[in-house]
Design a protein around this ligand. Structure first.
Ligand code: SAH
Length: 197
């Protein structure tokens, strides 16, 4: 199979660019699957900074990391505040939007304002040629608003600065996620926007 589902493609894009020893960000730790993947990728000289606003998510992430726990800093704060925690360049970042799977409270979801604020800051911190992946779920309440705001933001990015792709399985049933992949094409610290028509 070459036309994989969204998550393996997200991991493949990230693996293409992240180097051992780099600092990377998991913007939505959730149950820690991407945090573990990133911790393995950066090796014992690299570091993962993982955000979640739910203590339960960070607890699960911590146990998921097992003996790689010292490669990650688990931050109980919104990813919108990423610049308070990440000061140097990052090699890549991953988002997995929506609610925490298996949680009792599935009303806690990622929201357009904080997702876009985090993305905007992370694009500034990202190394040239680095990748950010965003797995977008739009089947839950509030999901379509977040999707639309995010797509409008991505469409507004200057194509000389950032290349943006969308990948999805068209015949997958029951609200499948789609993937947005962003590649930073040149050095900048502040995102430049094109005027929306
Ligand atoms: N929907 C995905 C998993 C998403 S997990 C799936 O089905 O696999 C999304 C995580 O983002 C949740 O654990 C949630 O608590 C977290 N989250 C929500 N808002 C956040 C914010 N502002 N900053 C950091 N994490 C946030």
């Amino acid at each position: 199979m070459i036309l994989h589902r969204v998550l393996p493609i997200a991991k493949r894009l990230i693996s293409e660019r992240v180097q051992p020893g780099e600092t990377v960000v998991d913007a939505t730790a959730g149950n820690g699957n991407d945090t573990l993947f990133l911790a393995e990728l950066v090796g014992d000289t690299g570091h993962v900074i993982a955000f979640d606003i739910q203590p339960q998510a960070l607890k699960t992430t911590h146990s998921h990391l097992g003996n790689l726990a010292d490669r990650a800093s688990l931050i109980l704060d919104s990813h919108a505040n990423v610049r308070n925690y990440v000061h140097g360049e990052i090699g890549g970042a991953m988002f997995n939007l929506g609610y925490l799977p298996y949680s009792d409270d599935q009303s806690i979801i990622t929201t357009p304002d904080s997702t876009i604020a985090a993305l905007d800051a992370l694009l500034g911190l990202l190394k040239k040629s680095g990748i950010i992946t965003i797995t977008v779920y739009d089947g839950h309440e509030g999901g379509s608003e977040e999707r639309d705001a995010l797509l409008a933001y991505v469409h507004s990015l200057h194509q000389g600065d950032v290349h943006a792709i969308r990948y999805e399985l068209l015949n997958q049933r029951r609200n499948p996620p789609f993937l947005i992949g962003l590649e930073k094409m040149k050095d900048f610290t502040e995102v430049r926007k094109v005027e929306c028509e």
